[in-house]
Design a protein around this ligand. Structure first.
Ligand code: CLF
Ligand code: SF4
Length: 285
């Protein structure tokens, strides 16, 4: 596990880990369409609700198209100098898509100074961690919404794991076990780790301090509690008020640092958080 001083150096420039988010931006590459689980708040018609604002469908990119776009953005006088991070966050789960690995490999080769960042549901994290380490992944986000399988069963409808379909508590048990195991391995490898948790009022409120405590002990650096965006199976759940969200973040601050600037970005977001630019001739030419 990194010391706090080492960690401070590592997060320099990363807008989602405490770096100056008013100066440092990120570029998401939407190369990962497939997902291996079904979260109750996810509508597959939209981007991943873990890291993307729903209602906006990204154009998928092949790894070859993605690297062309990175070149274009990095050469842009408008955003080139502010992009410090290349992230893959969907629209499905990055680890369920081989394209994630080939895209990162291309970016690393051509732009070694950029930080590679990835957000996953964690199902395939234990078996993928060595590959991510070899690729030089800088920062990792795992979305964890429950520690108890009974609660998870109210959030996740099913998972598909090594070709087999699981549902109910069995599905949650496998998912949750892999999330924590993967996170532990990532911590041991010295990765910079964030945990995203979707606050689903009435379902997982009481799980959040348990998640905070466990991930802190396993080496996570920061937690990002995000309000549910009600849709799909959980469309009937009213999102928490801003005050309630703040209250829950404050209650967990003493356990693990809280990231509060999240804008639940699109899978193809580019620029400063909350001030994305449109990629294409108008913004980057
Ligand atoms: Fe992207 Fe996510 Fe990396 Fe940031 S976003 S993959 S950690 S570079 Fe940031 Fe956007 Fe919130 Fe994500 S504001 S949705 S926390
Ligand atoms: Fe949707 Fe993301 Fe959950 Fe997959 S991990 S079901 S894409 S919210």
């Amino acid at each position: 596990m990194a010391t706090s001083c080492e960690m401070k150096n590592r997060i320099q420039g990363h807008p989602c880990f405490g770096g100056n988010h008013k100066k440092n931006g990120r570029m998401h590459l939407a190369v990962a369409p497939k997902c291996n689980i079904k979260c109750g708040y996810c509508s597959r018609k939209h981007d991943c609700a873990n890291e993307s604002r729903p209602g906006v469908t990204s154009r998928l990119l092949t790894p070859e198209e993605a690297i062309v776009k990175v070149r274009e953005v990095m050469a842009s006088p408008v955003v080139g100098s502010i992009i410090k991070v290349i992230g893959i966050a969907g629209p499905g789960d990055p680890l369920a898509n081989e394209e994630t690995f080939s895209t990162f490999a291309m970016v690393k080769k051509e732009f070694p100074h950029l930080m590679l960042c990835m957000s996953t549901n964690g199902l395939l994290l234990p078996e993928s961690i060595d590959r991510l380490y070899e690729l030089g992944l800088h920062s990792l986000t795992v979305t964890i919404n429950a520690v108890d399988a009974e609660v998870g069963a109210n959030i996740y409808r099913h998972i598909v794991y090594h070709g087999k379909h699981y549902s109910g508590e069995e599905a949650s048990q496998i998912l949750i076990a892999n999330q924590f195991e993967g996170l532990k391995l990532a911590g041991e490898m010295g990765m910079t780790i964030k945990v995203n948790s979707v606050l689903i009022p009435g379902i997982n409120d009481t799980q959040l301090p348990l998640i905070a405590d466990r991930v802190k002990k396993l080496g996570a650096f920061v937690m990002n509690i995000m309000p549910i965006i009600p849709q799909a199976d959980l469309a009937h759940i009213p999102p928490p008020s801003e005050a309630r969200l703040q209250e829950i973040r404050n209650a967990n601050e003493g356990i693990i640092g809280q990231f509060v600037h999240c804008k639940q970005c699109r899978a193809d977001a580019v620029g400063l958080i909350g001030q994305d630019v449109t990629i294409g001739k108008s913004a980057c030419a």
